[in-house]
Design a protein around this ligand. Structure first.
Ligand code: FAD
Ligand code: 2HG
Ligand code: ZN
Length: 430
C-alpha cells in the first residue's frame, strides 16, 4: 500500500474512533509491536483502540475494503508471537472493550467485553460468591478475548477444564464487519454446529472477539490447602492426583534456584530434589507421611514467578508442549539431554502432561524449536498445549497436522477471510 492510500485509510479509521485512539508515534506504539518475551518485534502504521462493537465493525469494514491486514490484540501477554504485527499490520487493541455485565445468578454466568482482564472477572465473580474457572499468572493483563482466542489453560485445568469449557457464548466480528452474536448464556443448547465455538483457539485469524458469556462456578466450602513436595520423578508426583485436587503443578530444581536467587524468596524446603510438585487441594492430598513437604498458601509465589524470573535472565525460547502421562519422566530426561546450547528450565501443569520448556542463552531459536518439537512428536505428544501456534510453531503446525484436517482449516480460513486480512502470519505464515 502506498503511503498516500495508507494515510487515507488512517484518516477513515480516525473518523471512527477519534484522534486520541489512533496511536502512530513510535514511543506510543512500542509496547504493542513487541511481544512479552522480547523475542519478536514488528512494526505498524497504527494502533487503533475501538470502544464498542460498532466501532470494531466499522474499522474492519475499512481495513477489509483497503485490503489492509489487522492483528487483534488483548493484553499482549501471548507467548507464541501471535499478538504483534510482523508485516506492518494495523494493531486492533481491544482493551477498551472493558464492560462487565451483571452476574446472572439464574444462569450462573456473566457477559463481559473482550478487553476485561481475567483478574477483573475473578474479582467480580468473587464479590458475588462465585468464581471463574481460569487462573494464570498473567491474570492482571491477559484479557478474556485473548484467552478465548488462544484457548488458554492455566493452573486449574485439572479441576475446571480449559477456556473452551468456560465459554457459553460469544460476540464476534468477521473480517468484512459482519457481527455474529450469541450471548444468551444457556449452558445446554443443541442448535446445530456452533460457528462461535470455532473462534475459540482461532488466535485472531477468523474474526475479532468483542464479548463473551462466561460460565461461573460455585465456591467450594473451606479454604484449599497448598502443599509443596520434593520428588525424584514426575511419575511420583502424578500419584498425588485425586478427585480432591484443584491444581497440580511442577517445576524443576533450575526453576526453584532461579526464583530463590532473583526473587529473594526463602528456600521452601530443607532438602533438594530434581523436581517439586505444588498441589492445591480441598482435602489433604495423598502425599506419603515421609515425603519432604511443606504446607503454606504463599507457596504459589514460587510457581507463579517462574516466567517473569526467566525473562529477567535473557530472551527465552519457550516451548509449551504435552506428552502422555506415562511418558513424562522419559520426556523430562530426554529434553535435558538435548543439545540446546543454553540453560533449560522445565515446569508446567502436571495433570495434563504439560511441559513449559524454556531455554535461555541457547542455540538459535529455530534450532531449539526443531530439536524440542522433534522430541515431542517422537513421544507421541502435542506440539502446542495451551499457548497456541502463533508464528512460533506455524511451520510445525502445518507439517504435523493431518492433511485432511489442514485442508479443512484452509477452507474455513478461505471462507471467513478470503483476503487474508485477519492476523495473516499466524498459522499460515503469510
Ligand atoms: P494477546 O497476547 O493480546 O493475544 C494472543 C492471541 O490472541 C493473538 O493471536 C491475538 O491476535 C489473539 N487475540 C487477542 N485478543 C483477541 C480478540 N479479542 N479477538 C480475537 N483474537 C484476539 N497461558 C496459558 O494458557 N496458561 C498459563 O498458565 C499462562 N501463564 C502465563 C503467565 C505469564 C506471566 C505470561 C506472560 C503469559 C502466560 N500465558 C499463559 C500466556 C498468555 O497469558 C495467554 O496466551 C493469554 O491467553 C493471552 O491473552 P492476551 O489478552 O494477552 O492476548
Ligand atoms: C505458566 O504455566 C505459563 O506459567 C507460562 O503458561 C509458561 O513461561 C512459560 O513458558
Ligand atoms: Zn502454563
Amino acid at each position: 500500500m502506498t503511503s498516500r492510500s495508507e494515510e487515507a485509510v488512517l484518516s477513515a479509521l480516525r473518523e471512527v474512533v477519534g484522534e486520541a485512539h489512533v496511536l502512530v508515534e513510535p514511543d506510543m506504539v512500542a509496547g504493542y509491536v513487541r511481544d512479552w518475551t522480547g523475542r519478536w518485534t514488528g512494526h505498524t502504521a497504527a494502533v487503533i483502540r475501538p470502544g464498542s462493537v460498532e466501532e470494531v465493525q466499522a474499522l474492519l469494514r475499512i481495513c477489509h475494503s483497503a485490503r489492509m491486514a489487522v492483528v487483534p490484540q488483548g493484553g499482549n501477554t501471548g507467548l507464541v508471537g501471535g499478538s504483534v504485527p510482523h508485516h506492518g499490520e494495523i494493531v486492533l487493541s481491544l482493551r477498551r472493550l472493558d464492560q462487565i455485565g451483571p452476574i446472572d445468578t439464574g444462569k450462573l454466568s456473566l457477559t463481559v467485553g473482550a478487553g476485561v482482564t481475567i483478574g477483573s472477572v475473578q474479582e467480580h465473580a468473587r464479590r458475588a460468591g462465585l468464581r471463574y474457572g481460569i487462573d494464570l499468572a498473567s491474570r492482571d493483563s491477559a484479557t478474556i478475548g485473548g484467552t478465548i482466542a488462544t484457548n488458554a489453560g492455566g493452573t486449574h485445568v485439572v479441576s475446571n477444564g480449559d477456556t473452551r469449557r468456560q465459554v457459553l457464548g460469544l460476540e464476534v466480528v468477521l473480517a468484512d464487519g459482519t457481527r455474529l452474536s450469541r450471548l444468551d448464556g444457556m449452558s445446554k443448547a443443541s442448535l446445530g454446529p456452533d460457528p462461535l465455538q470455532m473462534m475459540v483457539g482461532s488466535e485472531g485469524t477468523l474474526g475479532v472477539i468483542t464479548a463473551a458469556r462466561l460460565r461461573l462456578l460455585p465456591v467450594e466450602a473451606g479454604a484449599p490447602m497448598v502443599v509443596l513436595v520434593a520428588v525424584e520423578t514426575l511419575g511420583e508426583g502424578l500419584r498425588f492426583l485425586g478427585p480432591e485436587v484443584r491444581a497440580i503443578e511442577f517445576f524443576d530444581r533450575a526453576c526453584l534456584e532461579a526464583v530463590i536467587e532473583h526473587r529473594g524468596l526463602p528456600k521452601p524446603l530443607s532438602s533438594e530434589a530434581p523436581f517439586y510438585v505444588l498441589i492445591e487441594s480441598l482435602d489433604p492430598p495423598r502425599v506419603p507421611e515421609d515425603a519432604v513437604a511443606v504446607v503454606d498458601r504463599t507457596l504459589w509465589a514460587y510457581r507463579e514467578s517462574i516466567t517473569e524470573t526467566i525473562n529477567g535472565l535473557g530472551v527465552p525460547v519457550k516451548l509449551d508442549v504435552a506428552v502422555p502421562l506415562d511418558r513424562v519422566d522419559g520426556f523430562a530426561i530426554a529434553v535435558k539431554d538435548l543439545d540446546l546450547g543454553g540453560e533449560t528450565y522445565l515446569f508446567g501443569h502436571l495433570a495434563e502432561g504439560n511441559f513449559h520448556v524454556n531455554v535461555v542463552g541457547g542455540h538459535d531459536p529455530e534450532a531449539v524449536v526443531d530439536r524440542v518439537l522433534e522430541l515431542v512428536v517422537g513421544f507421541d505428544g502435542v506440539i502446542a498445549s495451551e499457548h497456541g501456534i502463533g508464528v512460533a510453531k506455524a511451520d510445525w503446525w502445518r507439517r504435523t497436522t493431518e492433511p485432511a484436517i489442514l485442508e479443512f482449516q484452509r477452507r474455513v480460513k478461505e471462507a471467513l477471510d478470503p483476503d487474508r486480512t485477519m492476523n495473516p502470519s499466524v498459522f499460515w505464515g503469510d
